[in-house]
Ligand binder design. Structure first.
Ligand code: NAD
Length: 245
């Protein structure tokens, strides 16, 4: 579905991001996998040797517009284009409101919102020149319902949705579609560390009766990146088994 296209995936070293990387590679795309450190990027690339030159790794500081621009240009230099940006890197928070520090609030907003803005702008400048592209941000079910602690996390995902709604309207004239995927509870490292009984309890509260797998989320990223979704923009696509908090 994305054969011959080039994708940049932030936070591509593990969890949902790694699954997006693999799904795009399996469907014929070239992929630049981004992580926060060289060692984690190298470890991820070591699991993808079968894809040869179709995958590359980079570790720009996502809060530094110059580094992001430099690395996105390096992707264009290697593969000729940048068709897809999967803005996936993110951190969550569970701290109580009364204990929240300004530093923690800013840290979550920085990666989950400011870095999404910086990467989207760098990608859109390239996409405009080449006549179009697709930006897909990662929202969350808590970007609709909020959550009872860690307030900066849902606030950041509401902001992500706001960027999707606004940028989809502003960039449509340049052939750039902007959407988001809003995962529910998904089996990544975070969940793997929880006791099985707790995961079973969470699963029982989800209408489809299970937590999401990273592949469930990656398939939504595949659809939204494909030409089959060429008339879809401004959408926040829920992939949550019908869960409601
Ligand atoms: P994860 O912790 O397994 O992976 C996070 C990724 O982000 C990693 O690749 C990491 O390298 C990268 N990252 C973290 N800090 C970074 C930084 N400062 N600079 C650059 N990259 C950094 O998380 P995940 O569960 O796979 O989540 C991925 C996305 O999905 C996030 O945006 C998260 O908010 C969202 N999400 C996850 C769930 C879930 O249940 N797992 C639910 C809803 C939304």
């Amino acid at each position: 579905m994305v054969k011959g296209k080039t994708a940049i995936v932030t936070g591509g070293t593990r969890g949902i991001g790694f699954s997006i990387v693999k799904t795009y590679l399996d469907n014929g795309a070239n992929v630049a996998l981004l992580g926060s450190r060289k060692d984690s990027v190298d470890a991820a690339l070591a699991k993808l040797t079968e894809y040869g030159d179709r995958v590359m790794g980079l570790w720009p500081d996502l809060l530094n517009p110059e580094e992001v621009k430099r690395d996105f240009e390096a992707v264009r230099a290697k593969y000729g284009r940048v068709d897809i940006l999967a803005n996936n890197a993110g951190i969550s928070s569970k701290t109580s409101f009364y204990d929240y520090t300004l530093d923690e609030f800013k840290k979550v907003m920085d990666l989950n919102v400011t870095a999404v803005f910086i990467c989207a702008q760098a990608a859109a400048r390239i996409m405009k020149e080449q006549g179009g592209g697709v930006i897909i941000n990662t929202s969350s079910m808590v970007g609709e319902y909020g959550q009872p602690s860690g307030c900066s996390y849902p606030a950041s995902k509401f902001a992500v949705n706001g960027l999707v709604k606004s940028l989809s309207r502003e960039l449509a004239k340049d052939g750039i579609r902007v959407n988001a995927v809003a995962p529910g509870v998904t089996r990544t490292d975070m969940l793997a560390n929880l006791p099985k009984e707790m995961v079973d309890r969470v699963s029982a509260g989800i209408p489809l009766g299970r937590v999401g797998e990273p592949e469930d989320i990656a398939h939504a990223y595949l659809y939204l990146a494909s030409d089959e979704a060429s008339y879809v923009t401004g959408l926040v696509l829920k992939v949550d088994g019908g869960a409601r908090t």
